[in-house]
Design a protein around this ligand. Structure first.
Ligand SMILES: [Zn+2]
Ligand SMILES: [Zn+2]
Length: 320
């Protein structure tokens, strides 16, 4: 296998929250508050994904902050006679605009409201993709969805592997199993960690849903086009805490360097993953995993003492 950077060695990491609600839908913060609070905590990028509301806020852009134009669409099952949403399955999909400066008069659109009509949904996803939107499949666990709902989806660039708002809502935050199911079904998509913040609770409150799930983008510099390029190329990883500094293949070995964690796993298409574990009470910051060549895909999962994860994207060996 030839040497290859899985995350680029050059450039810098920029912290992004790619799922955010404001007062323009059911969030509590204005877009200006979002920028202020996230910038204070080291974020450079926020995607404004209000429900059914296309949020393009170029007035927030400056040399240290990029607002990504986006919206969250939904598709619900028919409601039961009780009218309760509690058991209704739903698709939530984030659409990130790759080029908002060249779009005029756009308003958020919804997929055909026919739950179960996968061809109609895929046609919508194809149209959006051709129109310059990157589509992410959100929080499958919270959505009460299972593999028949999400495996047939097409034209996705990523799905959420961690959603902080959902984690606070019902411990529904992590979805690594759904991500592996997608990968094993042949989907070649990335994974994002996001906040999905609504900010009903102030920072410092344990129920505050901001600043818990983030995506680290590796880019030469901070610009709208570079954010989109990093998302399209897969130059990023997802995290609810730990940081990945380096990830590359040298010879037949995958190298990982990260912030102090208890466990570093190399997950593969089969069930034989590799692992490096710290001794009790200790931490590790690197691991080297020899590849046999039959792993199918590989992805790295670093777990810290608080049970938080950093997740790399999946890399398919036939593309390395
Ligand atoms: Zn949602
Ligand atoms: Zn949301």
């Amino acid at each position: 296998m030839k040497d290859r950077e899985l995350l680029p060695r050059t450039g810098s990491f920029y912290k992004a929250n790619l799922h955010c609600h404001t007062v323009l839908s059911d969030g509590r913060w204005t877009k200006e508050q979002v920028k202020q609070e996230y910038q204070k905590r080291g974020y450079s990028v926020v995607a404004f994904t209000d429900h059914r509301h296309y949020g393009w806020h170029p007035e927030l852009m400056d040399e240290n902050f990029i607002p990504i134009a986006a919206f969250e669409a939904d598709l619900n099952e028919p409601f039961p006679p009780s009218g309760s949403f509690s058991r209704v399955r739903t698709y939530h999909l984030n659409f990130y605009d790759t080029d908002p400066a060249n779009r005029t008069g756009f308003e958020a659109i919804q997929p055909p409201q026919r739950y179960g009509d996968i061809p109609a949904l895929n046609e919508f996803l194809q149209t959006m993709s051709e129109d310059g939107f990157l589509c992410c499949y959100n929080h499958p666990y919270w959505s009460l969805q299972s593999s028949p709902d999400y495996l047939p989806l097409q034209h996705l660039f990523a799905m959420e592997i961690y959603n902080h708002g959902c984690e606070l809502d019902g411990l529904y935050g992590y979805a690594p199993q759904a991500y592996d199911e997608m990968l094993r079904a042949g989907q070649r998509i990335g994974c994002l960690a996001t906040d999905d913040n609504h900010d009903c609770y102030a920072p410092g409150n344990p129920q505050c849903d901001s600043f818990g799930g983030f995506t680290m983008l590796r880019m030469p510099s901070l610009s709208y086009a570079n954010v989109i390029g990093a998302l399209q190329r897969g130059d990023y990883y997802a995290s609810s805490g730990p940081l990945i500094d380096q990830l590359y293949v040298e010879g037949d070995t995958v190298w990982v360097r990260c912030s102090p964690v208890e466990k570093i796993y190399l997950v593969t298409e089969g069930r034989h993953c590799q692992m490096r574990l710290a001794d009790p009470g200790r931490t590790i910051t690197e691991a080297a995993f020899p590849l046999k060549g039959d792993e199918g895909y590989i992805r790295v999962d670093c777990r810290d003492a608080q049970g938080r994860h950093a997740y790399s994207n999946a890399y398919f060996l036939d593309e390395l």
